[in-house]
Design a protein around this ligand. Structure first.
Ligand SMILES: Nc1ncnc2c1ncn2[C@@H]1O[C@H](COP(=O)(O)OP(=O)(O)OP(=O)(O)O)[C@@H](O)[C@H]1O
Ligand SMILES: [Mg+2]
Length: 235
């Protein structure tokens, strides 16, 4: 019923948002205005069914829709703040993701406002699902790239803070890990490699404790390489 609805079909957008993000008419109308100002068009699609509407994902604070810009053919995901969200805005998440992008991490941000972040759609599967069907060589590639991304994030000053639950915060797209959901990110700390180490433990990999301790002190390439070696020799 809502498929590819045109931007002028205001009633459809309002109904779709009322069914999915909740929060009453005031919040929904504010989101409609933001989508209009950002020139974004929501598209129904995804594997999650929410009150009869297909979406990409549903979190405690937001709903993720497929979307596209009014001009040009780009496949985007739109994270929209729910009416009952505990956070007053998604803008800081947009800013953290933007910094992460500057070191090649995370889905690329397209645009954002208070209640909407549009970023490139990641055509992937959650790490947890992917891991179960991957062979050792594939796992090596993903673990190395994931640790390298965490190292770059440390250098950028952004701490993701939820990477110990890796299986939920990493999507694998064509064999490459993409770290998502910067909603709990903070500036400073630089402990992404440590967080990834905790996450990898849940996937059955032993943390190279001495190397991790050294890395924590210096955050230098030498200690990072030791950490990396500690993992790769297990796969
Ligand atoms: N760029 C993207 N491309 C494709 N799918 C995505 C993208 N971003 C998020 N998703 C999907 O939407 C789900 C929810 O995204 P995200 O974790 O950012 O939402 P959230 O509201 O912070 O969730 P939670 O409250 O559980 O932390 C993800 O698990 C993923 O499946
Ligand atoms: Mg989240």
């Amino acid at each position: 019923m809502f498929k590819n609805f045109a931007p002028q079909r205001l009633v459809d957008i309002i109904a779709l948002l009322l069914l999915t993000i909740g929060g009453g008419v005031e919040h929904v109308l504010s989101v409609v205005r933001q989508l209009r100002d950002l020139q974004l068009i929501l598209v129904e699609g995804g594997s999650v069914l929410l009150n009869g509407v297909r979406v990409i994902g549903k979190g405690t604070n937001s709903v993720i829709f497929k979307c596209r810009p009014a001009i040009g053919n780009v496949e985007l995901a739109c994270k929209v703040r729910r009416g009952d969200a505990s956070r007053p805005s998604l803008a800081s998440e947009g800013q953290y993701l933007h910094i992460a992008n500057s070191v090649g991490v995370g889905p690329r941000v397209y645009t954002y406002s208070r209640d909407v972040i549009a970023y490139f759609y990641v055509d992937g599967v959650p790490l947890g699902t992917w891991w179960a069907g991957a062979d050792a060589k594939q796992k090596r590639g993903v673990v190395e790239e994931l640790l390298r991304q965490a190292f770059k994030l440390d250098a950028s000053g952004v701490s993701h803070n939820e990477l110990s639950r890796l299986e939920k915060h990493v999507l694998i797209e064509r064999g490459r890990p993409v770290i998502i959901d910067f909603e709990s990110a903070t500036l400073g700390g630089g402990n992404n490699v440590t967080q990834v180490a905790n996450g990898l433990m849940r996937l059955g990999l032993r943390p190279p404790i001495d190397a991790l301790r050294r890395y924590k002190k210096c955050q230098c390439p030498e200690a990072f390489n030791e950490v990396l070696y500690g993992y790769l020799q297990q796969l």
